[in-house]
Each structure stands twice: as structure tokens, then as C-alpha cells.
Write a protein that binds this ligand. Sequence first.
Ligand code: IMP
Length: 428
Amino acid sequence: MNKVVVGAQWGDEGKAKITDLLAQDADLIIRYQGGCNAGHTVVANNKTFKFHLIPSGILYKGKTCFIGAGTVILPEYFDEEAGGLIKEGIDLSGLKINPLASITMPYHTEIDGFSESKAKKGKIGTTQKGIGPTYTDKYARIGLKVEDLYDEETLSEKLDIILPIKNKTLKEVYGLKTYTKDEVLNLCKKYAEIFRPYVCFDWQKVLEDAKEARKNILFEGAQGVMLDVDYGTYPFVTSSNPIGGGACTGSGFGPKMIDEVIGVAKAYVTRVGEGPFVTELNDETGEKIREIGHEYGVTTGRPRRCGWFDAVTMRYAVLTGGLTSVAITKIDVFDKFKEIKLCTAYKDIRDGRIYKNYPTNVFMHKYLEPVYETHEGWCEDISGIREYEKLPQNARKYIKRLEQLLGVPVSIISVGPDREQTIFVNPQ
Ligand code: IMP
């Protein structure tokens, strides 16, 4: 079985835990997009591991973990992450980097930082890890790929094309420092050494063999459908395709290789950075969710914006993300809530128009208010429950309602951060 794990909201849905669980049965795990803008926390054997780019499946012995062609890699950050895992005694011999992955150069992070700090209007609230500028260069066909680092002659030729364009932009558009060819070549030498133990020039064979041997493949997405550059709340998005479809372009496997797409969603919604968020709660309830759910960013430490579950946006994510089932996480955060709200439609405050389908023009979202239905809480600790039937009736009712609204089954329920705190609904 080949499965994709996709964030179904604005990222931080608890994908790492679900990926970690599913990785147990996978032979090959491929992270298919994004870069170190992601922050994945996995709790295993009473230890907390924080991942940014390396697939968390590396915690299991004997798995092949790929950083796919669709990703962007900030070399120094990768080096730190890999070094940290080695220090913890984690074996990285199964870690491979696709040589087609893109490299984030210092000028990418500088442009990202500059754009965000100088922007008076239109700030995106990025993680400032150079993600947007790296993808911009990739699509402008002036980016550097990992494979470029290992052929000095062609790298030099490439830089003769790239650098004049980059330097002109750095100087004239941003007023930033320019780079000499020698400076960039020296950086590239350093990066070549950082990546050397992991670059897999034989990646086509690894993929072919996995296909032939019908190995179990897990495609690991970062961020979430609503941050997708094509389908998310554009322009308040990341610059890649976290949707299920992104698993193909980012991994090198075709669509027929995918059996299931599991969308991970919190029982509520969080968002970091700017952008619309119709069910956002700027009140005590939002604060309560943030505190109980520990809603602070792994990568940036920023407090996350919190709000009620939004079934309008989520139904849209089911469609565009290609989800076949949903994993609901952090439902235990509601253990002390007497009432739980669920947004089933939006109302336009200008004319009273009701939206049951997600309106994609996000600039009108400021005129939308959520239409809620209220569910009774269960008011008991569910973090120790491991079987669906043992969940309190009100929790099951809430889940059933979600399934009805979303049109796909809930396959996994997470009731705490630990691997064991998981309920598989109707396990095969
Ligand atoms: P960028 O990906 O750093 O360019 O940031 C673009 C938007 O995506 C910002 O709103 C970020 O806060 C958001 N973002 C990027 N990565 C993550 C993530 O892993 N979790 C949640 N939000 C993210």
C-alpha cells in the first residue's frame, strides 16, 4: 500500500505523528515538497525529536528516507538537523537526497528576510527560510540543484548565467549585497561536503526497484492544502504544492503509484503567519485552545492563531488535496470544553449570502463570518482511550458529524502526542 500524508489545514496539523505511525509499515519514505520551513515534532521512547526536512521515518531502522526532488534544502540547516540526529544516536545510513532537489543559497534567505521586514503591505509572515525565493529561482530556471555541486565545470558555466541576473536583482531591486563567483563557488564546495554522504545519484534505480518489488511507499507532505501555492489562500501560502498531487511531482513516482491520501487535520484550526482565517477566535476560547494545545510554532516559536474547526475549508481540502480519509488530531484538547463549535457555512455580512462551498477569493474573506453548529463536549479525559467504541458518545457524535460534512471517513484519531495515544478506526 502506498500512502500520502497531507496536511489538510494550514500546516501544523500533527502530520509528523501520523507519518511516524504509518512509517512503521513503509519501506520507502519520501518527503516531496517544502524545506526547513516545516517543523515536525515526534515523541518516541520518551524523547522529543524535532524535524524540519529529514523524514521522521529515519527513527526506524532499515527504512530508506528520501528528501525528494520537489524539496528545497538550506544546507546549513540540514547539516544542523542531521548532526543533531547523529548526536542522539540515530542511524542516518538510510537517508538519501535526490540530486534534483533545489538549494537555498544565502541570497534566498536574505531576500526572504528583506521582503518580510520591509513590506508595509502584503506581508506573508513567512518562516524566513528562503523558501519563496528558492522556488522562484527554480521556476525562473536560474536555481541550483544538489547535482550541480558535483561537477565543477558545468557549475562554473551555470554560475556565469545565474550570477549576473541574481546580482542585478540583489543590488537594484533589493539593495542587498552582491556575490562574486568565487564566493559562490566556495559556498558550493562546502555544500557538496555537507550533502556528500546522502546524495543518491542512483535514485532512479532505487525508485524502479521499489516499484518492481511493490514496496510500501509513504509520501510525506509538509505544510498543508490551504498553504498550497495553487489551491491555498493565495498569496498567503507557501511556494510549493503540499496537496496529494504534489507527491507525484515531488517524488518522481506517477499518480498510479498512490493508493491512499490521508489528510491530517486538528479537531480545531490553527494558522501561523498572515492570511484569512474565518473561524479565528481572538478571545478567551482561542487562548484556551492555544494553551491546552501548546500552539506555538516549532520553527519560529510564534504563537499560532487558533479557531474552531472549519468544515467549509476542510471540504475544499478534501477535494483539492485528493484526500481519501482524514486523521483527526488533538481531539483531547477539547476534554475540558463544555461546548464545541463547528463551522458549516460562511455568511457574507454585506448581503447575507451563505457560502457552503469555499470561496477562493481570499480578499473578501474579511466580510465572511462563520455559521456554527454547537456540539456538547464530553468533559472527560480521553487521552488513555485506544478503541473507537470506548470514546464518550459525544466525541463519537462529533466525529460522525465531521465525516458527514467532509464526505470521507475518519481513519485515525489522535488523543495525545505519544505514538500509543492513537485510535485506528475500522483497522483492516
Ligand atoms: P514560507 O513557507 O516560509 O514561505 O511561509 C509562507 C507561509 O506558510 C507563512 O504563512 C508561514 O507561516 C506558512 N508556513 C510555512 N511552513 C509552515 C509549516 O510547516 N507549518 C505552518 N505554517 C507554515
